[in-house]
Ligand binder design. Structure first.
Ligand SMILES: [Zn+2]
Length: 130
């Protein structure tokens, strides 16, 4: 049970991570809120689903935002908590959270760091000055 990833029904008190992250598809809002802050505000027994709902309510694309006319096909806030239903801690930098396998043989391996973009000189452009 401890290995089960959290979902909308998970109580805040059972949320496995110190920071609760929110994000939105449309308004690009997002935020990291410390669990303790959320617990102080909403109580430790609030579900993650309710917290996501609170986040959505603050979004300009919220379906029930009173300043927006109801639109049958209007955009709705896509607010969500990216850490629900995922395994593994969210706070690790990408290099630690999982290794990316590069398919292919050794000769297809990419350098560890992306090569800096070089400005391409136009072919035919005078190179010898004037
Ligand atoms: Zn939104």
């Amino acid at each position: 049970m401890a290995d089960e990833p959290p979902d909308e029904d998970t109580l805040l008190r059972r949320y496995p991570w110190v920071v609760v992250r929110f994000a939105c598809h449309f308004c690009r809002r997002g935020g990291d809120v410390r669990l303790a802050v959320l617990a102080a505000k909403f109580g430790a027994d609030v579900t993650m689903g309710r917290l996501v709902g609170r986040f959505i309510a603050g979004c300009e694309w919220a379906p029930y935002n009173p300043t927006r006319k109801p639109q049958k096909y209007g955009m709705k806030c896509g607010g969500y908590c990216p850490d629900l239903r995922r395994r593994g801690p969210p706070d690790l930098p990408p290099s630690l959270s999982g290794l990316t396998l590069i398919e292919g043989g050794r000769r297809d391996m990419l350098p560890a760091e992306p090569a800096p973009l070089e400005r391409r000189r136009r072919i035919g452009e005078a190179d010898d000055g004037g």
